[in-house]
Ligand binder design. Structure first.
Ligand code: BGC
Length: 713
């Protein structure tokens, strides 16, 4: 008998359920060492997994309780939300998505895994793969944006990065793709609400990133808190057993979200804990995070015949297999051993990577001629706003072991980058609240300055979990501050630090330049300085459509065609009476100090058959005066199909570095099979007909070059 069979044969029911139980360690409360409340549970085998514990000494101490003091010596599974870095904090995922660069996405995940593993962690609750099209929803910050194709690339890159080549290696983490189940579509962007998406939208938009994570070998998946049209995902057997395990062949572990099994009672699908536990287990959820519902409910569910021992055993087996794959049985102390610390890449390398990724994540939204870069001759700058000197806020939500006091503020970054310039700083107002007493002192500083950098936005806690906002404006008195500064008539560059697009048409209209600076992590200030001074030519592109008003949400480029497409001035077309239907900035938008132009779109051949591929090429020229990097997007539209297809669908991205004046060719090889879609019978179908091909620097259709390809019968 193998190790797992032997263990299963020896385990009591309580020990089996222990393997399916994950509890929080309350590290912050109880300090280092084994948390008092969990210690007894670990020793007795009633707890097989912990979350939120890190640090080599702390994790090894608690691991010793399991290995040396529990009856069967099964090592613990230690999980943590290592979402965008561990000690070195990278930009929040929405910001990192602006890179459109799978190689760098993978690199930051690798670096995060190395650091977290050095701290004894074995599993991360990441990547977060929820396609999000509604900026009211706070968790839009945690994922890769609105597009399923981008999210799928992100899923694969992050999974590879976290897990490395060998899951058992001392620097590998098990990835947990989350939160399966259209969480991004919660009603009106309101956290934890129901998502009522069609089966088609679920399969076309929300599930593909999870399929990509499975294809990349993700060790674990977390179902979302919410229900889809009355079916809470934690109990959705059709989705978890049918689609995920059955159709995709996922063999890994399903970990519930925090207390989600017990919440099946509140969802109104379970009458008591035993029913909740049975529903989740039968749906395929292996580990109950923080609900205690399995511990309390499964024995009773067994008695009532709601579940069988074989179902419990199947889940226990999957958990033990994961522990085995992670190498925990062979050496439970491998992660966090001093050897592991020595082999992982240096902290300086990771900081360098953090700075590079952070500056690549900045999106230059608007820029009047000559507003940026700042002149090298500038001698007096006013740095105004509540985010100018902020450090902790730069880390954003889910900052793992990151430390605010180690983060570079914008003030620090600019001070280091402009040694000959006097920088006067005043917050003016707080991030939230209505105290405007600091405004006049801030204005005085602006009056004496050659230019003003205004640092506006949200607190880190205003996005992430349980951080939906009904308003996409600036919180508190920041608009009053900004307008007073703009009224002075000085050159103003505005930086927006936020976890979501903010609807600020007045600012885009009036400021000389506006940059989306998101929450850029530990190197935020240096990254911002690199861009403002022109040391780095901005390359970031929006992974979400940016609304001009909250009333446009949800908003995304891949709309289904209307019978009455939007036509300005024609009332009976898809539009608003009181607002333009056009976004503030399209998906993919992002300016550069260079000026790129596309010419000469070609497709070869123009008529193709199944099994063939079409080559799309375009010539891109840098017509500006500085070297830069262009990002090109390839979209298709299936003009006539048995199910109406979106007006644009992303199929590829190319990034090309061009010296000033240079011109290059970008090409894509598009296998015809990528034109397939989910047909009426929910199977992929490839239908002959004419497809439009659009290539552009964003999803603005007016700016794209367009041609057609015909798929022959
Ligand atoms: C969040 C998850 C997270 C978990 C553990 C939950 O509240 O929804 O994304 O992984 O907590 O911290």
């Amino acid at each position: 008998m193998g190790r797992i069979d032997t263990l299963l044969a020896a385990m009591t029911l309580e020990e089996k359920i222990g393997q399916l139980t994950m509890v929080a360690s309350f590290r912050a409360v109880t300090g280092p060492g084994a948390p008092r409340d969990a210690a007894e549970g670990v020793r007795s085998g009633r707890i097989g997994a912990l979350l939120n514990l890190w640090g080599a000494d702390e994790t090894h101490a608690v691991q010793r309780l399991a290995v040396d003091e529990s009856r069967l010596g099964i090592p613990l599974l230690l999980g943590l939300d290592v979402v965008h870095g561990h000690r070195t904090i990278f930009p929040v995922p929405l910001a990192e998505a602006c890179l459109f660069d799978p190689a760098l996405w993978e690199k930051t995940a690798r670096a995060a895994a190395e650091e977290a593993a050095m701290d004894g962690v074995a599993l991360t609750f990441a990547p977060m793969l929820d396609v999000a099209r509604d900026p009211r929803w706070g968790r839009i910050v945690e994922g890769p944006g609105e597009d399923p194709w981008v999210a799928s690339q992100f899923a694969a890159a992050k999974t590879r990065g976290f897990q490395g080549h060998d899951l058992s290696a001392a620097d590998s983490l098990a990835a947990t793709a989350k939160h399966l189940g259209a969480y991004g579509a919660v009603t009106a962007g309101r956290e934890y609400a129901s998502a009522d998406v069609s089966e088609r939208t679920l399969h076309e938009i929300y599930l593909p990133p999870f399929a990509a994570a499975v294809a990349a070998g993700t060790a674990a998946i977390m179902p979302a808190f919410n229900d889809i049209a009355g079916a809470p995902t934690t109990a959705n057997a059709a989705l978890l057993q049918g689609w995920l395990r059955g159709h995709l062949g996922f063999r890994g572990v399903l970990i519930s979200d925090y207390n989600a099994v017990a919440e099946l009672i509140d969802h109104g699908v379970a009458g008591d804990t035993a029913e909740a536990a049975a529903l989740a287990l039968k749906a395929g959820v292996d580990i109950d995070m923080m609900g205690d519902a399995y511990a309390k409910g499964l024995p009773e569910a067994l008695r009532r015949g709601l579940v069988g021992m074989a179902e419990i055993d199947a889940s226990v087996r999957r958990v033990l297999e994961l522990k085995e794959r992670l190498g925990l049985f062979d050496d439970p102390y491998r992660r966090g051993a001093s050897g592991a610390r020595a082999t992982a890449g240096g902290a300086a390398d990771r900081r360098g990577l953090a700075r590079d990724v952070a500056r690549r994540a900045i999106v230059l939204l608007t820029c009047a001629r000559d507003a940026l870069p700042l002149s090298p001759d500038i001698r007096r700058l006013a740095l105004i706003g509540p985010l100018a000197a902020a450090r902790q806020e730069m880390l954003g939500p889910w900052a793992s072991a990151g430390r605010g006091e180690e983060a570079a503020s914008i003030l620090q970054g600019l001070t280091a980058a402009l040694p000959d310039c006097r920088i006067d700083h005043a917050a003016g107002v707080d991030i939230a609240g209505d105290d405007t007493r600091g405004v006049s002192a801030a204005l005085d500083l602006c009056r004496d300055a050659e230019a003003v950098v205004l640092c506006l936005g949200e607190a880190a806690s205003m996005s992430g979990e349980a951080a939906s906002r009904a308003d996409l404006g600036l919180p508190g008195a920041q608009r009053a501050l900004a307008e007073a500064v703009l009224d002075l008539g000085k050159p103003v560059v505005a930086l927006l630090c936020s976890g979501r697009p903010l609807a600020l048409p007045w600012l885009f209209e009036r400021a000389d330049a506006v940059l989306a600076a998101w929450f850029l992590g530990g190197e935020a200030g240096n990254a911002v300085a690199d861009v403002l001074t022109g040391k780095f030519n901005p390359t970031g592109k929006l992974p979400v459509t940016w609304p001009r008003h909250v009333g446009q949400a949800p908003i995304f480029y891949a709309q289904r065609p209307s019978g009455r497409p939007t036509k300005v001035g024609d009332r009976y077309t898809s539009s608003y009476l009181d607002l333009s239907a056009a976004p503030q900035f399209p998906f993919g938008h992002g300016l550069s100090f260079s000026r790129f132009a596309l010419h000469d779109l070609r497709r070869d051949p123009s008529r193709v058959k199944a099994g063939q591929a079409v080559t799309i090429s375009v010539s891109v020229a840098n017509e500006g005066g500085v070297d830069g990097e262009a990002t090109l997007f390839l979209f298709v539209r299936d003009l006539v199909a048995s199910v109406a297809r979106p007006v644009m669908e992303l199929k590829g991205v190319r990034k090309i570095v061009l010296t000033a004046g240079a011109r290059e060719q970008a090409t894509w090889r598009l296998p015809v099979e990528t034109l397939a879609f989910i047909g009426r019978g929910f199977d992929p179908v490839l239908e002959p007909g004419v497809f439009e091909v659009h290539v552009g620097l964003s999803a603005d259709p007016i700016e794209c070059l367009t041609d057609v390809v015909e798929l022959l019968r």
